[in-house]
Design a protein around this ligand. Sequence first.
Ligand code: CP
Length: 312
Amino acid sequence: MNVQNAQLSTKHLLGIKYITTRDIQLIFETADNFKEVINRPIKKVPSLRDVTVANLFFENSTRTRISFELAEKRLSADVVNFSSSSSSVKKGETLLDTVNNILSMKVDMVVMRHPAPGAPIFLSRHIDANIINAGDGTHEHPTQALLDAYSMRKKVGDLKDKKIAIFGDIIHSRVALSNILCLQKLGAKIMVCGPPTLIPKYINKLGVKVSYNVREALQWCDIANILRIQLERQEIKYIPSIREYSLHFGINKALLDSIDKEIIIMHPGPINRGVEITSDVADSQQSIILQQVENGVAIRMAILYLLAAQRQ
Ligand code: CP
Protein backbone atom coordinates (compact mmCIF):
# COMPACT_ATOMS: atom_id res chain seq x y z
CA MET A 1 0.00 0.00 0.00
CA ASN A 2 1.29 3.49 -0.85
CA VAL A 3 0.93 5.16 2.57
CA GLN A 4 1.77 8.61 1.14
CA ASN A 5 -1.45 8.88 -0.87
CA ALA A 6 -3.75 6.40 0.88
CA GLN A 7 -6.72 7.66 2.89
CA LEU A 8 -8.94 6.23 5.58
CA SER A 9 -12.49 5.34 4.50
CA THR A 10 -13.96 7.41 7.33
CA LYS A 11 -13.85 10.96 8.69
CA HIS A 12 -14.03 9.81 12.34
CA LEU A 13 -12.74 6.89 14.39
CA LEU A 14 -15.91 5.97 16.27
CA GLY A 15 -15.33 2.24 16.59
CA ILE A 16 -13.66 -0.74 14.91
CA LYS A 17 -17.14 -1.60 13.65
CA TYR A 18 -17.01 1.40 11.32
CA ILE A 19 -13.57 0.88 9.73
CA THR A 20 -12.33 -1.59 7.11
CA THR A 21 -9.47 -4.10 7.15
CA ARG A 22 -7.70 -1.82 4.67
CA ASP A 23 -8.07 1.10 7.14
CA ILE A 24 -6.45 -1.05 9.85
CA GLN A 25 -3.56 -1.98 7.55
CA LEU A 26 -3.07 1.67 6.59
CA ILE A 27 -3.02 2.71 10.28
CA PHE A 28 -0.41 -0.01 11.01
CA GLU A 29 1.82 0.98 8.08
CA THR A 30 1.61 4.65 9.08
CA ALA A 31 2.37 3.72 12.71
CA ASP A 32 5.52 1.89 11.53
CA ASN A 33 6.78 5.24 10.16
CA PHE A 34 5.91 7.08 13.39
CA LYS A 35 7.50 4.37 15.54
CA GLU A 36 10.73 5.19 13.76
CA VAL A 37 10.17 8.94 14.42
CA ILE A 38 9.61 8.52 18.18
CA ASN A 39 12.81 6.56 18.53
CA ARG A 40 14.87 9.42 17.07
CA PRO A 41 16.70 11.92 19.34
CA ILE A 42 14.27 14.60 18.04
CA LYS A 43 10.87 12.95 18.33
CA LYS A 44 8.83 15.67 16.65
CA VAL A 45 7.50 16.19 13.09
CA PRO A 46 5.53 19.20 11.79
CA SER A 47 2.64 17.18 10.26
CA LEU A 48 -0.17 18.71 12.40
CA ARG A 49 1.32 22.20 12.76
CA ASP A 50 -1.93 23.97 11.77
CA VAL A 51 -4.26 21.60 13.62
CA THR A 52 -5.84 22.11 17.05
CA VAL A 53 -6.92 19.01 18.98
CA ALA A 54 -9.15 18.98 22.07
CA ASN A 55 -8.83 16.02 24.43
CA LEU A 56 -12.21 15.78 26.17
CA PHE A 57 -12.14 13.31 29.05
CA PHE A 58 -15.45 12.81 30.86
CA GLU A 59 -14.07 9.69 32.58
CA ASN A 60 -10.75 8.86 34.26
CA SER A 61 -7.74 7.82 32.18
CA THR A 62 -3.97 7.56 32.52
CA ARG A 63 -2.61 5.72 29.47
CA THR A 64 -5.03 6.87 26.76
CA ARG A 65 -4.98 10.51 27.79
CA ILE A 66 -1.19 10.81 28.09
CA SER A 67 -0.65 8.75 24.95
CA PHE A 68 -2.95 11.00 22.88
CA GLU A 69 -1.38 14.17 24.26
CA LEU A 70 2.13 12.90 23.47
CA ALA A 71 1.03 11.79 20.00
CA GLU A 72 -0.49 15.22 19.30
CA LYS A 73 2.57 17.09 20.59
CA ARG A 74 4.94 14.89 18.58
CA LEU A 75 2.94 15.80 15.48
CA SER A 76 3.23 19.53 16.46
CA ALA A 77 -0.52 20.01 16.97
CA ASP A 78 -1.90 22.66 19.33
CA VAL A 79 -3.48 20.79 22.23
CA VAL A 80 -6.20 21.67 24.73
CA ASN A 81 -7.13 19.34 27.57
CA PHE A 82 -10.56 19.19 29.17
CA SER A 83 -11.52 17.17 32.22
CA SER A 84 -15.20 17.02 33.19
CA SER A 85 -14.40 16.92 36.92
CA SER A 86 -13.06 20.49 36.81
CA SER A 87 -15.45 21.88 34.18
CA SER A 88 -18.87 23.53 33.84
CA VAL A 89 -20.35 20.05 33.25
CA LYS A 90 -20.50 20.06 37.07
CA LYS A 91 -22.86 23.08 36.78
CA GLY A 92 -25.22 21.19 34.46
CA GLU A 93 -23.87 22.06 30.98
CA THR A 94 -24.80 19.46 28.34
CA LEU A 95 -22.31 17.44 26.26
CA LEU A 96 -23.34 19.24 23.06
CA ASP A 97 -23.10 22.72 24.63
CA THR A 98 -19.71 21.86 26.13
CA VAL A 99 -18.33 20.63 22.81
CA ASN A 100 -19.86 23.45 20.73
CA ASN A 101 -18.30 26.02 23.07
CA ILE A 102 -14.91 24.38 22.71
CA LEU A 103 -15.30 24.10 18.92
CA SER A 104 -16.20 27.78 18.62
CA MET A 105 -12.60 28.40 19.69
CA LYS A 106 -11.58 26.82 16.31
CA VAL A 107 -10.79 23.26 17.31
CA ASP A 108 -10.27 20.85 14.39
CA MET A 109 -10.24 17.43 16.06
CA VAL A 110 -11.83 16.01 19.19
CA VAL A 111 -10.55 13.03 21.17
CA MET A 112 -13.30 11.98 23.55
CA ARG A 113 -13.70 9.52 26.42
CA HIS A 114 -17.21 9.35 27.85
CA PRO A 115 -19.05 6.93 30.16
CA ALA A 116 -22.10 6.80 27.86
CA PRO A 117 -21.96 4.21 25.05
CA GLY A 118 -22.49 6.00 21.72
CA ALA A 119 -21.56 9.49 22.97
CA PRO A 120 -18.93 10.02 20.19
CA ILE A 121 -21.43 8.79 17.57
CA PHE A 122 -24.02 11.28 18.85
CA LEU A 123 -21.42 14.05 18.66
CA SER A 124 -20.36 13.11 15.11
CA ARG A 125 -23.93 13.86 13.94
CA HIS A 126 -23.83 17.39 15.31
CA ILE A 127 -20.34 18.80 14.78
CA ASP A 128 -17.90 19.23 11.91
CA ALA A 129 -14.62 18.28 13.68
CA ASN A 130 -13.02 14.83 13.29
CA ILE A 131 -13.91 12.72 16.34
CA ILE A 132 -11.79 9.95 17.83
CA ASN A 133 -13.44 7.64 20.35
CA ALA A 134 -11.06 7.19 23.30
CA GLY A 135 -13.49 4.80 25.03
CA ASP A 136 -17.28 5.13 25.32
CA GLY A 137 -18.69 3.30 28.33
CA THR A 138 -19.00 -0.45 27.74
CA HIS A 139 -19.16 0.01 23.93
CA GLU A 140 -15.82 0.45 22.10
CA HIS A 141 -12.21 1.49 22.66
CA PRO A 142 -10.91 1.42 19.07
CA THR A 143 -7.44 2.90 19.62
CA GLN A 144 -6.76 0.31 22.35
CA ALA A 145 -7.76 -2.52 20.01
CA LEU A 146 -5.57 -1.11 17.24
CA LEU A 147 -2.53 -0.81 19.51
CA ASP A 148 -3.19 -4.31 20.88
CA ALA A 149 -3.40 -5.87 17.40
CA TYR A 150 -0.36 -3.86 16.26
CA SER A 151 1.64 -5.09 19.29
CA MET A 152 0.58 -8.69 18.59
CA ARG A 153 1.70 -8.35 14.97
CA LYS A 154 5.05 -6.94 16.04
CA LYS A 155 5.52 -9.99 18.27
CA VAL A 156 4.16 -12.88 16.13
CA GLY A 157 3.76 -11.50 12.58
CA ASP A 158 0.59 -11.97 10.50
CA LEU A 159 -2.41 -12.61 12.79
CA LYS A 160 -4.27 -14.83 10.31
CA ASP A 161 -5.33 -18.02 12.18
CA LYS A 162 -3.47 -16.97 15.34
CA LYS A 163 -5.37 -18.02 18.46
CA ILE A 164 -6.09 -15.17 20.87
CA ALA A 165 -7.93 -15.65 24.17
CA ILE A 166 -9.46 -12.69 26.01
CA PHE A 167 -9.88 -13.31 29.72
CA GLY A 168 -12.02 -11.69 32.40
CA ASP A 169 -14.78 -9.13 32.61
CA ILE A 170 -16.02 -9.40 29.01
CA ILE A 171 -19.53 -8.07 29.73
CA HIS A 172 -18.31 -4.64 30.88
CA SER A 173 -15.35 -4.35 28.54
CA ARG A 174 -15.16 -1.96 25.59
CA VAL A 175 -11.65 -3.36 25.03
CA ALA A 176 -13.08 -6.87 24.56
CA LEU A 177 -15.59 -5.84 21.88
CA SER A 178 -13.11 -3.67 19.97
CA ASN A 179 -10.43 -6.40 20.20
CA ILE A 180 -12.82 -9.08 18.90
CA LEU A 181 -13.91 -6.92 15.93
CA CYS A 182 -10.35 -5.82 15.09
CA LEU A 183 -8.70 -9.24 15.41
CA GLN A 184 -11.43 -10.92 13.37
CA LYS A 185 -10.88 -8.37 10.59
CA LEU A 186 -7.23 -9.47 10.63
CA GLY A 187 -8.17 -13.17 10.39
CA ALA A 188 -7.40 -14.26 13.98
CA LYS A 189 -9.39 -16.86 15.92
CA ILE A 190 -10.84 -15.62 19.22
CA MET A 191 -11.88 -17.26 22.48
CA VAL A 192 -13.31 -15.44 25.50
CA CYS A 193 -12.89 -16.92 28.97
CA GLY A 194 -14.37 -15.93 32.31
CA PRO A 195 -17.16 -16.75 34.74
CA PRO A 196 -20.56 -17.15 32.95
CA THR A 197 -21.88 -14.01 34.69
CA LEU A 198 -19.13 -11.88 33.10
CA ILE A 199 -19.68 -13.19 29.54
CA PRO A 200 -22.62 -11.57 27.69
CA LYS A 201 -25.39 -13.78 26.30
CA TYR A 202 -24.97 -12.30 22.78
CA ILE A 203 -21.31 -13.42 22.58
CA ASN A 204 -22.03 -16.38 20.26
CA LYS A 205 -23.37 -13.96 17.65
CA LEU A 206 -19.84 -12.50 17.42
CA GLY A 207 -18.42 -15.82 16.18
CA VAL A 208 -16.02 -16.40 19.07
CA LYS A 209 -15.35 -19.51 21.13
CA VAL A 210 -16.32 -19.44 24.82
CA SER A 211 -14.63 -21.20 27.72
CA TYR A 212 -15.33 -21.04 31.44
CA ASN A 213 -12.04 -22.78 32.24
CA VAL A 214 -8.82 -20.76 32.37
CA ARG A 215 -6.51 -23.76 31.89
CA GLU A 216 -8.47 -24.88 28.81
CA ALA A 217 -8.31 -21.37 27.31
CA LEU A 218 -4.58 -21.04 28.03
CA GLN A 219 -3.90 -24.44 26.42
CA TRP A 220 -5.78 -23.28 23.30
CA CYS A 221 -4.26 -19.82 22.78
CA ASP A 222 -1.02 -18.31 21.41
CA ILE A 223 -1.73 -14.94 23.04
CA ALA A 224 -3.60 -14.19 26.28
CA ASN A 225 -5.15 -10.72 26.59
CA ILE A 226 -6.13 -10.39 30.24
CA LEU A 227 -8.72 -7.75 31.18
CA ARG A 228 -9.24 -6.15 34.53
CA ILE A 229 -12.30 -6.71 36.68
CA GLN A 230 -14.13 -3.39 36.31
CA LEU A 231 -14.88 -2.82 39.96
CA GLU A 232 -16.58 0.53 39.17
CA ARG A 233 -19.15 -1.17 36.88
CA GLN A 234 -20.15 -4.08 39.20
CA GLU A 235 -23.55 -2.56 40.10
CA ILE A 236 -24.84 -6.06 40.90
CA LYS A 237 -22.87 -9.00 42.29
CA TYR A 238 -21.48 -10.69 39.16
CA ILE A 239 -18.93 -12.66 41.21
CA PRO A 240 -19.10 -13.86 44.84
CA SER A 241 -15.88 -12.03 45.77
CA ILE A 242 -12.62 -10.74 44.29
CA ARG A 243 -10.77 -13.50 46.20
CA GLU A 244 -12.98 -16.15 44.62
CA TYR A 245 -12.47 -14.64 41.14
CA SER A 246 -8.73 -14.61 41.62
CA LEU A 247 -8.72 -18.21 42.82
CA HIS A 248 -10.63 -19.57 39.80
CA PHE A 249 -9.83 -17.08 37.00
CA GLY A 250 -6.65 -15.27 38.04
CA ILE A 251 -3.56 -16.01 35.92
CA ASN A 252 -0.43 -16.75 37.94
CA LYS A 253 3.07 -18.06 37.23
CA ALA A 254 2.41 -21.61 38.53
CA LEU A 255 -0.58 -21.93 36.18
CA LEU A 256 1.37 -20.60 33.19
CA ASP A 257 4.36 -22.85 33.95
CA SER A 258 2.04 -25.87 33.95
CA ILE A 259 1.02 -25.12 30.34
CA ASP A 260 3.41 -26.70 27.89
CA LYS A 261 4.03 -23.64 25.66
CA GLU A 262 5.13 -20.00 25.79
CA ILE A 263 2.04 -17.80 25.70
CA ILE A 264 2.35 -14.06 25.09
CA ILE A 265 0.76 -12.08 27.93
CA MET A 266 -1.07 -8.80 27.35
CA HIS A 267 -3.17 -6.45 29.48
CA PRO A 268 -4.62 -3.08 28.41
CA GLY A 269 -4.26 -1.64 31.93
CA PRO A 270 -4.94 -0.49 34.52
CA ILE A 271 -3.92 -3.77 36.19
CA ASN A 272 -5.49 -5.07 39.39
CA ARG A 273 -2.33 -6.87 40.52
CA GLY A 274 -3.14 -10.09 42.38
CA VAL A 275 -6.71 -10.18 41.04
CA GLU A 276 -6.80 -11.05 37.31
CA ILE A 277 -3.00 -11.31 36.98
CA THR A 278 -0.14 -11.74 39.45
CA SER A 279 2.93 -9.49 39.37
CA ASP A 280 5.24 -12.38 38.40
CA VAL A 281 3.18 -12.79 35.20
CA ALA A 282 2.61 -9.07 34.48
CA ASP A 283 6.34 -8.35 34.83
CA SER A 284 7.60 -11.57 33.18
CA GLN A 285 9.56 -12.01 29.94
CA GLN A 286 6.34 -13.32 28.35
CA SER A 287 4.55 -10.04 29.04
CA ILE A 288 4.36 -7.28 26.39
CA ILE A 289 2.25 -4.94 28.54
CA LEU A 290 4.67 -2.00 28.39
CA GLN A 291 5.29 -2.56 24.67
CA GLN A 292 1.51 -2.11 24.22
CA VAL A 293 1.74 1.28 25.95
CA GLU A 294 4.79 2.28 23.87
CA ASN A 295 3.08 1.28 20.60
CA GLY A 296 0.00 3.26 21.63
CA VAL A 297 1.74 6.56 20.88
CA ALA A 298 2.70 5.52 17.31
CA ILE A 299 -0.79 4.14 16.65
CA ARG A 300 -2.44 7.35 17.88
CA MET A 301 -0.03 9.49 15.85
CA ALA A 302 -1.03 7.45 12.78
CA ILE A 303 -4.76 7.90 13.43
CA LEU A 304 -4.45 11.66 14.07
CA TYR A 305 -2.27 12.08 10.97
CA LEU A 306 -4.59 10.09 8.68
CA LEU A 307 -7.77 11.83 9.90
CA ALA A 308 -6.14 15.27 9.66
CA ALA A 309 -5.07 14.50 6.07
CA GLN A 310 -8.75 14.34 5.13
CA ARG A 311 -9.26 17.95 6.15
CA GLN A 312 -7.02 19.21 3.32
N1 CP B 1 -6.14 1.10 28.64
C1 CP B 1 -6.74 2.24 29.01
O1 CP B 1 -7.70 2.70 28.38
O2 CP B 1 -6.20 2.83 30.13
P1 CP B 1 -6.67 4.23 30.73
O3 CP B 1 -8.05 4.04 31.29
O4 CP B 1 -5.66 4.55 31.80
O5 CP B 1 -6.67 5.23 29.63
